[in-house]
Design a binder for this molecule. Structure first.
Ligand SMILES: Cc1cc2nc3c(=O)[nH]c(=O)nc-3n(C[C@H](O)[C@H](O)[C@H](O)COP(=O)(O)OP(=O)(O)OC[C@H]3O[C@@H](n4cnc5c(N)ncnc54)[C@H](O)[C@@H]3O)c2cc1C
Length: 662
């Protein structure tokens, strides 16, 4: 019997340690082992990837390639520049492949891609081996053990996990590697479709991903940023398995920190060093195994003499949150990433709603500008020019470094959605998708739903103040001074509210607080706040109460056919927040034929939706829905809402451990 010729396809697992899939490939005792990476146009043109994440990916690939070569000087990471869906049939033939091995990917696109590659392999008589290694539990197994439902809470993950069994211990990295076989390709490269290209903004030069199958030098090497035409990265955070294991080692060496870690007690304002592990980008690229992380921490906890922290606030608890979002995504696929047709996501008539394709029923990536002021708010939020130093510092940290602390993410996400701008969470998730180093579709989408109180979390009356919240952690405002250097000279009394500083002091401290129209301010100035936060908080709160009362979920027929609008606008007093302006994108979707083509999951019955809404309102301590919904004069209009005297509960009253560990 000829020995197997194996392709090991690296994707979400840029490491050698604890890789069940790599072990499975080596267990085949191959004659040849080809470690490859396919340069997939989906990520080059269709998924939003900022320069910092590109750099991080190249770091991981370079480090991995050098580790492979250390085990076998003839081996390395062979980067092949073509879409996997067109490349594999040719590659199977050219290299006489018998087996294809890879780590399981449950992301919506990853699943679709792998299904087509597995079919191509079957047609070519190539055996496929797939192993779980990206999460603590197989997300599909989690769903299965959660009665076939998405995992929406940590306790569901824990219960389903118990049924699955223990989390396996990590596997050691291999000590040697088989040779790769001959690497002649001898076939034509199929060029990908470049349009639409959402990443054009990331490039300064000519995009050179597909100059040749084996790269410009024909040696399958990892591309450089210049070769890809990308602008220079700005982050100080660098990727690769070597750095990941070093960082984990340093964390584990600090026994007290590891064993007593409590997420709500970590400061979002800490930088250099940050207060949490910053291992998320390593987990995203698989340069760190999540089981390695879990067990190294658990071993410290088990041997710790003092009082160790417990999930959900402990370090292992954080990893369970990660699995929870993977379980939610695995069950819903693409629909998880949007409100439209999503049975677990509450429908809120946000501003700037996503456009939906009438044929696929999926968000197109563009959105409807239903309100010019909201678009202005969104741009100012994105570019760190809101006039609220705490929000701006965080958004600038995100843009330049690609990482912000979890509670910082809470603050900016709450501000954009239910606690300030009333803008669709999908807009914020897109910005995070572009800029985060650790962008993980499941975690990003899930956390945005959590923060916007559309799924996972419902206490919408708890809202973050951009002034009081950071003050608790950083009175002097060092974090703001670092990321909003215009305000460096301000007295700490005004650091979170610079517009309140006397003009003479502003001049003395070298920065005037002025009205700024766009997203750029003149030197020596910083914007006035773009909105009255206290008023907007009240507007948002009323909008949320109303939406919760109406109680629609994304898959409600009224959301699908656009008639939701009737429920948010009673005609007599005018529309409520979020339902003004021209018909939203979701209304444009209304199309009977398209609806028939789509698979529409069972919507919640009106009775169940009402019960759910009443339950969350009871929890939230709001008025009974029937009373609340009765419109008092002017209550339905924006102005009416603003002038109502009822005071919103202030965010700074939130006990951190009640809400922040998510
Ligand atoms: C709006 C929003 C968007 C987010 N987007 C992402 C994302 O795209 N990718 C991502 O990995 N995390 C995301 N998170 C979750 C969380 O903020 C980051 O995982 C965390 O801040 C990463 O820093 P760390 O590695 O220091 O975390 P630590 O506190 O040290 O936690 C250890 C690990 O646990 C996991 N983890 C911790 N908190 C969460 C959480 N709430 N959800 C899921 N996993 C968690 C991460 O893998 C993290 O590396 C998001 C949170 C919010 C509020």
């Amino acid at each position: 019997m000829p020995k197997p010729r194996v392709i090991y396809w690296f994707r979400t697992d840029l490491r050698l340690h604890d890789s069940p899939a790599l072990k499975a490939a080596l267990d085949l005792k191959p004659e040849f082992l080809y470690p490859i990476w396919t340069w997939d146009p989906h990520y080059v043109y269709r998924a939003r990837v900022g320069v910092n994440r590109w750099q991080y990916l190249l770091d991981c690939q370079t480090d991995l390639s050098s580790s492979l070569s250390k085990l076998n000087p003839k081996s390395k990471l062979f980067v092949i520049r073509e879409a996997p869906q067109t490349l594999f049939p040719k590659l199977f033939q050219a290299w006489k492949i018998t087996h294809l091995v890879f780590e399981k990917d449950t992301d919506a696109y990853g699943r679709e891609r792998d299904e087509s590659v597995m079919k191509l392999a079957k047609d070519a008589g190539v055996q496929v081996v797939v192993k779980v290694g990206r999460t603590l539990y197989d997300p599909d197994e989690l769903v299965k053990q959660n009665k076939g439902k998405p995992t929406m809470s940590i306790s569901q993950v824990q219960a389903a996990g118990k049924k699955i069994g223990g989390i396996p211990r990590p596997i050691a990295a291999p000590k040697k590697l088989p040779d790769p076989g001959p690497v002649e390709l001898g076939f034509e490269q199929e060029m990908p479709k470049k349009e639409p290209d959402v990443n054009a903004v990331q490039r300064a030069g000519e995009e050179g991903s597909y100059v040749a199958l084996a790269g410009p030098k024909g040696d399958f090497s990892v591309p450089t940023m210049e070769e890809l035409g990308l602008k220079e990265a700005t982050t100080k955070h660098r990727g690769g398995e070597t750095l990941a294991l070093k960082a984990l080692g340093e964390i584990i060496a600090n026994e007290e920190y590891t064993a007593t870690f409590e997420k709500p007690k970590t400061a979002p304002t800490a930088f250099e060093p940050q207060a949490t592990t910053l291992l998320s980008p390593h987990l995203h690229f698989g340069s760190l195994s999540v089981r390695e992380f879990y067990w190294r921490v658990q071993d410290v906890v088990d041997s710790y003499k003092g009082q160790a922290s417990q999930p959900p606030t402990s370090l292992t608890g954080q990893l369970l949150f990660r699995d929870m979002y993977f379980g939610a995504q695995a069950s819903l696929g693409y629909t998880f990433g949007q409100t439209f047709n999503n049975p677990t996501c509450r429908f809120i008539p946000w501003h700037l709603p996503s456009s939906i394709s009438p044929t696929s029923g999926l968000a197109t990536g563009s959105y409807l500008i239903d309100n010019a002021a909201s678009e202005q708010h969104f741009q100012k939020w994105k570019h760190g020019m809101t006039g609220f130093p705490w929000i701006d510092a965080l958004m600038r940290q995100l843009a330049s470094e690609g990482w912000i602390h979890h509670l910082g993410r809470h603050a900016v996400a709450c501000f954009l959605t239910r606690g300030g701008c009333y803008i669709d969470w999908e807009r914020g998730a897109q910005v995070f998708e572009e800029w985060l180093l650790d962008h993980e579709a499941a975690c990003n989408i899930g956390n945005w739903q959590w923060l916007s109180c559309t799924a996972f979390f419902a206490q919408f009356y708890r809202c973050y103040s951009p002034v009081a919240f950071p003050q608790k952690w950083d009175k002097h405002g060092d974090f703001v001074r670092r990321y909003v250097p215009e305000l460096r000279g301000f007295d700490q009394k005004y650091i979170y509210e610079p517009w309140k500083a006397p003009v003479a002091d502003q001049k003395r401290w070298g920065c005037r607080i002025v009205h700024v129209d766009g997203v750029e301010a003149e030197d020596g100035t910083y914007p006035k706040p773009m909105l009255d936060f206290n008023k907007r908080r009240e507007v948002c709160l009323q909008g949320m109460k109303n939406a919760y009362h109406v109680g629609l979920y994304g898959n409600d027929p009224k959301v699908l056919d656009g008639s939701w609008r009737m429920l948010f606008d009673d005609g007599a007093e005018g529309p409520t927040e979020g339902s003004k302006g021209p018909p939203g994108a979701m209304v444009e979707h209304e199309d009977a034929d398209g609806a028939e083509e789509r698979h529409v999951p069972e919507p919640l019955s009106p009775k169940k939706a009402k019960k759910e809404s009443a339950k969350s309102e009871k929890k939230a301590g709001t008025m009974p829905a029937a009373v609340k919904h009765k419109r008092e004069a002017g209550q339905g209009t924006l102005d009416g809402l603003v002038t109502r005297k009822k005071k919103a509960k202030k965010e700074d009253e939130v006990a951190p451990n009640e809400t922040h560990f998510g």
